[in-house]
Design a protein around this ligand. Structure first.
Ligand code: PNS
Length: 165
């Protein structure tokens, strides 16, 4: 049986930390479905389509990865896709409480699906999508924290070329 994991998240935008987790997850699973939560209630910098495109480009060198979107309950989506595991990356202690709650709730909702955590690579311990957006908004350089396509698109978002809307 194929071992499939769902790697869910907002990915607004994808960072090198996410790519590292997906790459290492592929050593444990036959296939990883990177699933972007489609949540109209949550404001995001990039549209789901933009996030999907950036994920596709930055993960094109990895095989056995699929990029998809989902809405509704994560465990229902995982069951629909034939996945028995949810993959999440964990950074510092500050991630723990939220991840613990999420994993326990998901287990309560579907006991057949296990959450698997991978510790983030040390290099990416302080890399998060939200801190990256804040840094770029104030002119900071984040090029070593994100794939090249994200660096380009995020700069364009905050600083559109003159003469274009
Ligand atoms: O990257 P994020 O924003 O930390 O990812 C959070 C995500 C998408 C994993 C989480 O919000 C989620 O799974 N949402 C879907 C609804 C759901 O199933 N929630 C958990 C049980 S209430």
């Amino acid at each position: 049986m194929e071992r499939i994991a769902i790697y869910p998240g907002s990915f607004d935008p994808v960072t090198n930390g996410h790519i590292d987790i997906a790459k290492r997850g592929l050593k444990l699973f036959d296939k990883i479905i990177v699933a972007i939560l489609h949540n109209p209630a949550k404001s995001s910098l990039f549209s789901v389509e933009e996030r999907m495109e950036m994920l596709k480009i930055s993960m094109q060198h990895l095989s056995n990865i699929e990029i998809d979107t989902f809405d509704g309950l994560l465990v229902d989506y995982a069951a629909r896709r034939g996945a028995r595991a949810i993959l999440r990356g964990m950074r510092a202690v500050s991630d723990f409480e939220y991840e613990f709650q999420l994993a326990l709730m998901n287990r309560k909702l579907n006991r057949e699906i296990q959450t698997v955590f991978l510790m983030t690579g040390l290099r990416w311990i302080f890399t998060s999508s939200s801190i990256i957006k804040e840094a770029v908004r104030f002119g900071g350089n984040i090029e070593d924290m994100v794939p090249p396509i994200v660096n380009e698109r995020i700069k364009r978002k905050f600083n559109p070329p003159a003469g274009r809307n």
